[in-house]
Design a protein around this ligand. Structure first.
Ligand SMILES: Cc1ncc(C[n+]2csc(CCOP(=O)(O)OP(=O)(O)O)c2C)c(N)n1
Ligand SMILES: [Mg+2]
Length: 629
């Protein structure tokens, strides 16, 4: 449809919004994409007559995906946004009430991870002809509260469109925030259901194609000079690379900078993979789930350059990781809030711009040969530990979780993408996985949300058709949110799902034991005569469950079967699930132990010996905690 730039066009608010969204583009470095590439929806009375009608009227301009659950639709949108390097987002439309509040978890995840998603929850009547409408929350102290206010704290921009013409500034603000590299996250436009259906004479120019350029802010010269001085004088510098490197597309700049200066690069969960595992300066994961070599370098570094990291407690080992008496931290981050963390020298800029400027100003500076030798040896030692964890002494045995990763390691190439978010897998993957390409490692650990994996894989598959995309999930995670399997089937997407059955929350069970909570409520067992969950494992067949939702299911029992099943799944063009029961690992067949602490406070008093002992251990660790001032 051609757009007249003068005059007005009479459309409903919902029709105008859909038409506006179909004309938005994002561009960076000459790469231009549809900003809102598609819309996800679950319909109810709060959106079916407004947005629902508008979507069918504009079906040729706005692709539509049908989700099963609102939270999962946001996860799918986030997967898509991450895979497209934040150059493209999806919108998600919901009904009012429960459909809208189901968005909250997904919105928080998007905002925590700085990934753009446009939320369009229906809202109660703006005209309030007959309150309460079905599913409306009423509070006696305020007339303008709806459940959608829950989305305010988890959104980077929130507006409620109570009159048609307010859509114009709100929609423009929404696009601004979605394409702002520092501000982006969940953006919410709450749409009262009566307003959605209201007609208005829109200025035609509102519907013109609009390109939002994603900026690359340059560093401030003073901040740059201070950073160069700190790095130039460092004897044991370390780079900690976070997700911001990836969001900026700074991988090549970082690889060159590291190679030419010899500065080793450790990575957070979101940053893992920005250097391939065989880059000489890549020392792998850092922090609580870090490699021995990276954590040793962090403990002894005199200058730490954080690039695009939020410095979570997993990365800093809850404030215990940096052991140098006065380590200087330089934080290159497009978000000023993050750049100032750890009392750092801030370097507020786009990651790629910042690295290139640092590189130019540091000139031929290179760390000492003995330092290179030290971390190269450390990296080799860690490689040997990964090999040991992947070793299979008996092909006819049931695999441990790390052996499952080892088998997968032999099958993948740089095109494979692995998705995970919670359980014991993120730690194992962070420590062990040999990442072959910049977008292979997709672990969402900003919000670590069980149930992200399957819908996110769908979003990734929509953005990267033809790539082998693996959702790796524990049994607990599977039970949290399996239903988007139906969407993969509906969309004919060759989702590869691996379910690791270990009868409950192995990760939290282990943590529970370490903090004196005795694995209470973490195993999936039948209630026994003693009143506790101490009976046999729950009689679950998650493979049958996945099959009932339309997946082809493979059921390997031994490591040998597993090789065949994973190879079969990898080649498959239909959604395929590999359901495997894993063996409890011992110190040889499991992952290496944590190389750094994580602060989970333990009961200060207790009548139970396990908690008393755990508290003694806790008190010892706490003394190492420091505040960076
Ligand atoms: C939505 C959500 N609820 C709770 C948690 C806390 N949590 C983290 S891991 C975990 C257990 C995961 O179990 P499973 O997927 O079976 O993995 P395993 O620990 O057995 O490896 C829980 C409950 C979470 N991360 N996300
Ligand atoms: Mg489990």
């Amino acid at each position: 449809m051609s757009v007249r730039l003068t005059g007005t066009v009479r459309l409903t608010v919902a029709q105008a919004l859909v038409r506006f969204l179909a004309a938005q583009y994002a561009e960076r470095d000459g790469d231009r994409h549809r900003l809102i590439a598609a819309t996800w929806g679950v319909f109810g009375h709060g959106n079916v007559a407004g947005i629902g009608q508008a979507l069918v009227e504009h079906a040729d301009a706005m692709p539509f995906h049908q989700g099963r659950n609102e939270q999962a639709m946001v996860h799918a949108a986030v997967g898509h946004a991450r895979q497209t390097g934040r150059l493209s987002a999806h919108a998600v439309t919901t009904s009012i009430g429960p459909g809208a509040t189901n968005l909250v978890t997904g919105a928080a995840l998007a905002t925590v991870n700085h990934l753009p998603v446009l939320l369009l929850p229906g809202d109660t009547f703006a005209t309030r002809p007959a309150d309460p409408v079905l599913q409306q929350l009423q509070v006696p102290y305020a007339g303008d509260v709806s459940v959608n206010d829950c989305l305010r704290p988890v959104s980077r921009y929130f507006d409620r469109i109570v009159r048609p013409e307010a859509l114009i500034p709100a929609a423009l603000e929404a696009m601004r925030v979605l394409t702002d590299p520092a501000a982006t996250g969940a953006v919410t436009l709450a749409l009262p259901q009566d307003v959605q259906a209201e007609a208005y004479d829109w200025p035609a120019a509102f519907f013109a194609d609009r390109t939002w350029r994603i900026r690359r802010p340059s560093p401030d010269e003073h901040e740059l000079a201070a950073a160069v001085e700190a790095l130039g004088g460092a004897a044991r510098p370390l780079i900690v690379a976070g997700g911001g490197v990836r969001h900026s597309g700074a991988e090549e700049a970082l690889a060159e900078f590291a190679a030419l200066t010899g500065i080793p690069v450790a990575s957070t969960q979101a940053g893992k993979g920005v250097l391939p595992h065989d880059h000489p300066q890549d020392v792998g994961a850092v922090g609580h789930t870090g490699t021995a070599v990276a954590d040793h370098l962090a403990r002894t570094a005199d200058v730490v350059l954080g690039i695009g990291t939020r410095w979570t407690d997993f990365t800093t080992a809850s404030g215990t990781l940096f052991g140098h008496p006065a380590p200087r931290v330089v934080n290159l981050n497009v978000v000023a809030f993050d750049a100032h963390k750890l009392a750092a020298l801030p370097l507020v800029a786009d990651a790629r711009e910042g690295i290139e400027r640092l590189h130019a100003l540091l000139g031929p500076h290179h760390v000492a040969a003995h330092y290179v030798h030290e971390y190269t040896e450390g990296k080799l030692r860690w490689e040997a530990r990964v090999d040991a964890a992947y070793t299979v002494p008996d092909e006819t045995a049931r695999p441990t979780q790390t052996q499952v990763l080892g088998v997968l390691d032999t099958l993948v190439d740089p095109t494979d993408i692995l998705i995970n978010a919670a359980g014991s897998l993120p730690g194992d993957l962070h420590r062990l996985w040999r990442t072959r390409s910049r977008d292979q490692y997709h672990v969402e650990y900003g919000y670590s949300c069980m149930g992200y994996e399957i819908p996110a894989a769908i979003g990734v598959l929509l953005a990267a058709p033809g790539r082998p995309v693996w959702a790796l999930v524990g049994d607990g995670t599977y039970l949290m949110n399996p239903t988007e399997i139906v969407t993969a089937v509906q969309e004919r997407l060759p989702l590869k799902l691996v379910i690791l059955q270990n009868h409950g929350y192995a990760s939290i069970g282990g943590l529970s034991e370490a903090v004196g909570a005795e694995r209470y409520g973490t195993d999936y067992r039948l209630r026994a005569d003693d009143g506790g969950f101490t009976g046999p494992p729950l009689p679950l067949d998650l493979g049958a469950n996945a099959a009932s939702l339309g997946m082809r299911v493979l059921r390997p029992r031994t490591i040998r079967d597993l090789r065949e099943a994973l190879a079969d799944a990898r080649a498959a063009t239909d959604p395929t699930c590999v359901y495997i029961e894993t063996e409890t690992a011992d110190s040889v067949s499991g992952p290496p132990p944590a190389q750094a602490w994580w602060d989970v406070p333990v009961a200060e008093i207790s009548t139970r010996p396990s908690a008393v002992k755990a508290r003694e251990e806790y008190d010892r660790h706490v003394t190492a905690r420091r505040r960076h001032l």
